[in-house]
Design a protein around this ligand. Sequence first.
Ligand SMILES: NC(=O)c1ccc[n+]([C@@H]2O[C@H](COP(=O)([O-])OP(=O)(O)OC[C@H]3O[C@@H](n4cnc5c(N)ncnc54)[C@H](O)[C@@H]3O)[C@@H](O)[C@H]2O)c1
Length: 308
Amino acid sequence: MKVTVVGAGAVGASCAEYIAIKNFASEVVLLDIKEGFAEGKAMDLMQTASLNGFDTKITGITNDYSATAGSDVAVITSGIPRKPGMTREELIGINAGIVKTVSSNLIKYSPNVILIVVSNPMDTMTYLVHKTTGLAKNKIIGMGGALDSARFKYRLAEALESPISDVDGMVIGGHSDTGMVPLTGHATRNSIKVSEFLSEERLTQVAEDTKVGGATLTKLLGTSAWYAPGAAVSSMVQAIACDQKKMFPCSAYLEGEYDLSDLCIGVPVILGKDGIEKIVNIPLSDADKAKMQESAVGVKKTNDLLEL
Ligand SMILES: NC(=O)c1ccc[n+]([C@@H]2O[C@H](COP(=O)([O-])OP(=O)(O)OC[C@H]3O[C@@H](n4cnc5c(N)ncnc54)[C@H](O)[C@@H]3O)[C@@H](O)[C@H]2O)c1
């Protein structure tokens, strides 16, 4: 299994590190446009191999896509992150150009690649890749929901005063402060609905804290987060590499599912060797259905800013 990660910045390097530590890929190529940067990150990471016990070979390259040839999966993290006070949508101008160039270069050298899009505004960048590359829709996957769900579980465990491993929950919808739909009604602690333990008011607070999870970290760090995004991507790559048939909420191109069409937005999917092997239709409450529709309006508004 050969994995390419484009962008050797905070998220890209963290993603490469987690993939290596999980030891399921033979090779990770880290590519960046900044001269020597990916080479340096790759060398630093390789010097952790004997300490962290992995055999994955990580190489770094400056903007030479021939080194990515034959990649099974490629992750696109290239682009600018937001600064405190910015929305993800404000990044569209610069990142759209980067994502378009990067995805076409990747496909040129790896025509069968499965692409995972991370750059923000992620749902719109995933849609851009869908509209401009001609790659099959099962091979274009946006990462947002896996991260947002991890943040939801963190907030749920905090409210429940429980270990995170006790809780389960999922966030669907657009990957934005206003578009996320944390499914509080489906969340559980050891198979018991969390509404048995938490007041409606506390659950609403959990949902709100989840939705601004990225903005909270951006304010603290001065730039957007990287550990949890990197871990989320690595779990998705592992599901594909190991054909796990694991369910994640991912940004997928919809053609009628959830009564939505012609956009990429977060819905539960099964990830396996073919990428998105199935979009899972889960029953939603009327309130969540309405939130999903509203979220889609927001995503489409950002999509309209694309020059396709
Ligand atoms: N989807 C999510 O859940 C999620 C989570 C966190 C961050 N992000 C997004 O991921 C992106 C990366 O964030 P980061 O914190 O790693 O930023 P960063 O600035 O640390 O890294 C970005 C890297 O991309 C490189 N780059 C820029 N243009 C390039 C090009 N044309 N080709 C190759 N490399 C190029 C830069 O040199 C830089 O090293 C941002 O858009 C951010 O908003 C998304």
